[in-house]
Each structure stands twice: as C-alpha cells, then as structure tokens.
Design a protein around this ligand. Sequence first.
Ligand SMILES: Cc1cc2nc3c(=O)[nH]c(=O)nc-3n(C[C@H](O)[C@H](O)[C@H](O)COP(=O)(O)OP(=O)(O)OC[C@H]3O[C@@H](n4cnc5c(N)ncnc54)[C@H](O)[C@@H]3O)c2cc1C
Length: 202
Amino acid sequence: MKITLLHNTPLQVCAHAIRTCWQSFEKSDSGGEKDRELIDRVGNKFKHASTLEHLVYTFYIQGISRAVLQELARHRMASLSVKSTRYTLKELKEEAPFSITDIKRVKKYIVLTDNPSVNEMSIKALENLRQLLVQGVANDKAKYALPECYKTELTWTINARSLQNFLSLRSDKAALWEINDLAHAIYKSLPEDHRYLFHIKT
Ligand SMILES: Cc1cc2nc3c(=O)[nH]c(=O)nc-3n(C[C@H](O)[C@H](O)[C@H](O)COP(=O)(O)OP(=O)(O)OC[C@H]3O[C@@H](n4cnc5c(N)ncnc54)[C@H](O)[C@@H]3O)c2cc1C
C-alpha cells in the first residue's frame, strides 16, 4: 500500500478556534509550543474534543484490498472518493492470462497474504474475472465476481478527532492485519508536528 498525505490544516488554525472561546488570540505563538500545548490540553486532556475537528487531513490511499475498503468505510466521520470498478475494470481486459506463478504481475491487482493456498485461490479468482471481461461481460455484471483481495484506491479526508478514533481502534492487535498496517502507515504519513496528538498501539 502507498499513503500520500495530500493536505492538512496547520495547527495554528485549531489553536485559533480554541482561542476564539476565550478571546486569547494575543497569547498565540503561531502554531509554536504554546499553541501545541493548548490544543493537547483543551482537545485531549479537557475532552473539549470538538476543537480537534478543525484539523483536517486528506490522504491518497493506494493499493489496499476491497476487504479493507469496506472496513474503512465503516468510519462514518470521514469522506471517501473511491476508484470505481464500474468504470475501471476494463484494465484487466488487456492482460495475458494469470497463472499462480505470476506473483509479480498479479500484485498490481490483488493483495496477497502470507498464506500460499489463499494466494493461489485469489489468483484463480482474478483469472476468472479477466476471462469474464474478455468474453465481453459488462463491468456492471463482471464486478459481482470480484474477489475481496482486489486492489483499490481512494482519497480519504478525516478530521483529527475521528482520526484519533480510527487509529486507536485499527492499530490495536484485534484489528484485521491489513487495516492494522494501514493505521500504522497513516500515522507515519502525518506531519511530525501533528503526531503528538495521536496515539498508536505497537
Ligand atoms: C476489532 C474490530 C472488529 C469489528 N468487527 C465488526 C463486525 O464483526 N461487524 C461489524 O459490523 N462491524 C465491526 N467492526 C466495526 C465497528 O463496529 C465500527 O463500525 C467501526 O470500527 C467504526 O467505528 P466508529 O463507529 O467508532 O467510527 P465512526 O463511524 O467514524 O464514528 C465516530 C464516532 O462518532 C460517534 N457516532 C457515529 N455515529 C453515531 C451514531 N449513529 N450514534 C451515536 N454516536 C455515533 C461515535 O462516538 C463514534 O465512535 C469492528 C471494528 C473493530 C475495530
């Protein structure tokens, strides 16, 4: 998977929102140590967590499985724009048949696991899908034969409050391994001066 942070709100915007409550703008140090401490104290320690909603992050997430996409989509406090299989499945039509030894080639389309038997069946499912498309079956019908390992990508926008919830739930050992990997990769892609607001389980 590949995570690219496309955009994030500067810390001083959140500090400004907090300072609006007490009209203490003159105490701001433009996103420096004072503002950082204020955001943590009010947003996290005082649990005035709605102030954290002023910090928004947009990520470009590539190469996750559709299995993980459906788990990610359960996080309702976020916005998703996802690659459409209806419009893009034709990408498989030009491919030569896939065989179970084609590991490098299939990785462009499916997420493999550490279990060779699962991978073998996933590659067969990919080849079945390719055959349907070559036979001329429309994307709208062929997509019903998609395996959950099929790769997708999305642009994901989430605020800091919801991201805290996501990272806490999905960096936990109880989470599915791939979304656990995603949570760690998202955390790593955050700007360094924002990471102190988030806790990740290792
Ligand atoms: C280990 C694990 C296993 C899971 N297994 C399953 C499973 O087997 N089946 C399944 O269906 N799901 C499962 N889930 C998904 C889980 O139930 C949540 O849908 C998902 O984690 C999103 O969490 P969330 O609702 O806190 O996030 P969001 O939807 O982003 O919501 C954020 C927060 O907003 C508030 N909120 C949002 N909507 C409402 C609302 N309607 N009413 C009140 N407060 C609201 C809550 O405080 C919530 O924590 C699993 C999750 C984990 C981490």
